[in-house]
Ligand binder design. Structure first.
Ligand code: PLP
Length: 417
């Protein structure tokens, strides 16, 4: 099927300039070639507005939050709390205090696995995840299950990389305490039908955690419409700073969960006999937070909203379709992950070549891709492969970059054969 996409298309409202011109890191050359950056699922490049916000933060309001009476501290506190309100609006949370700042998706999931696990998991209970989870949505649950005498159950998938949702009818029962699942698979690109999954879980009153690490940079999120109980994502994958992540949790769960870490900020009063914990959201934010990252996440949200996200999603879908079509022409190339519904990620292997060698050769031609298991070893085991080459798309990628990738892949394959 022909895809109607031209190499000059720029669907954005950003003053008609190519989106990449807003990203200083994309203006450089590597090994004498213009950089083409296809490692966006690992981390995205940052628009100048985010970089400027970081410089502005340290040049003006840098100060510790919540503790100071002085001007700078009040400004930094207000800016951090404004981010909380912005994030709440960005994902349509009911309350700003349902937004907890963490270091990233990994810490958000660990927080829930620890604190919700301590609150809810008893011997004989079970936790349900899926066959395509990132290690950060597997290992914290394994630890929690081991600690609490619970067991882990896994929703299987087919060889197209689609979850067998009907299996939930057997996997969920009255001892299931939580279902934790990714929205978009970071190694297969599968876009999971999370609304259907959430509805099935809620029939048993089972709360659902959505790993939105790969969804937040690409599509609008409305936590009230999808009705998830927890949702987690990372700032650095959505054009924002590293070291800042989000945990959204429904107030009713967060209120009941014990703290994750102890220290300053998460307390109301401390006596040697007894400590009284702070209210939400601070109960879960012990110690000095990543203030710069928190404040500057606002600039990333501004960028995403300026696209706006639903247009970015449509554009990236076209780009993915185009890439799939073009790359399928390469002899011996096998796409890993052929789900009917996919987003932004194209993983593949090429007959008689190792993904690592392909990645190294592409790098020398100025193209950044990721190779390996992508922190999803069970997925690689399922397909019986050591790893894949992964092309992950962002809003600044273009069809002409895909064309160059195909040319360079052809070259790499002929060098390796
Ligand atoms: N979940 C998914 C689906 C991911 O793709 C990633 C990172 O690649 C993570 C979780 C972990 O994110 P972070 O390393 O930002 O904590």
């Amino acid at each position: 099927m022909a895809v109607n996409i031209s190499s000059t298309i720029s669907p954005f409202l950003l003053q008609q300039k190519p989106v990449s011109s807003y990203f200083p890191a994309l203006q450089q050359q590597v090994y004498g070639q213009p950089l083409i950056y296809f490692d966006n699922a690992a981390t995205t490049q940052k628009p100048k507005s985010v970089i400027d916000a970081i410089v502005r933060y340290y040049s003006t309001i840098n100060s510790n939050v919540h503790r100071g009476v002085h001007y700078l501290s009040q400004q930094a506190t207000e800016a951090s709390e404004e981010t909380r309100r912005r994030v709440a609006r960005f994902i349509h949370a009911r309350h700003a205090h349902e937004i907890i700042f963490t270091r990233g998706t990994t810490e958000s999931i660990n927080l829930v696995a620890y604190a919700y696990g301590k609150y809810a998991l008893k011997p004989g209970d079970n936790v349900v995840i899926s066959a395509m989870e990132h290690h950060s949505n597997i290992v914290p649950w394994q630890i929690a299950c081991e600690d609490r005498g619970a067991s882990l159950r896994v929703i299987p998938m087919n060889d197209r990389g689609e979850l067998l949702i009907d299996e939930l009818d057997h996997l969920l029962d009255e001892r299931t305490r939580i279902l934790a699942i990714t929205w978009i698979s970071n190694s297969l690109g599968t876009l999971n039908p999370i609304e259907e999954i959430i509805q099935k879980a809620h029939q048993f009153d089972i709360p659902v955690l959505i790993d939105a690490a790969q969804a937040a940079p690409h599509m609008p999120i409305d936590v009230q419409t999808i009705d998830c109980d927890f949702l987690v994502f990372s700032g650095h994958k959505m054009y924002g700073p590293t070291g800042i992540g989000i945990l959204y949790g429904k107030e009713k769960w967060l209120e009941q969960m014990p703290p994750y870490q102890g220290g300053g900020e998460m307390i109301k009063s401390v006596r040697f006999e007894k400590t009284e914990y702070n209210d939400l959201p601070f109960k879960f934010e012990a110690g000095t937070p990543h203030i710069e990252g928190t404040v500057c996440l606002q600039a990333a949200i501004d960028f995403l909203e300026s696209l706006p996200l639903h247009k970015a999603f449509a554009y990236e879908q076209q780009l993915l379709e185009y890439a799939t079509q073009q790359m399928s022409q390469i002899p011996g190339l096998r796409i890993i992950g052929q789900a009917q519904h996919k987003a932004s990620i194209l993983s593949f292997i090429i007959e008689n070549t190792h993904p690592y060698d392909v990645g190294v050769l592409l790098d020398k031609m100025g193209i950044a891709v990721r190779t390996g298991h992508h922190c999803t070893q069970p997925v690689m085991d399922f397909f019986g492969i050591p790893g894949t080459v992964r092309v992950s798309l962002a809003v600044y990628n273009t069809p002409s970059e895909i064309d160059r990738l195909v040319t360079c892949l052809d070259k790499a394959v002929s060098m390796l054969k």
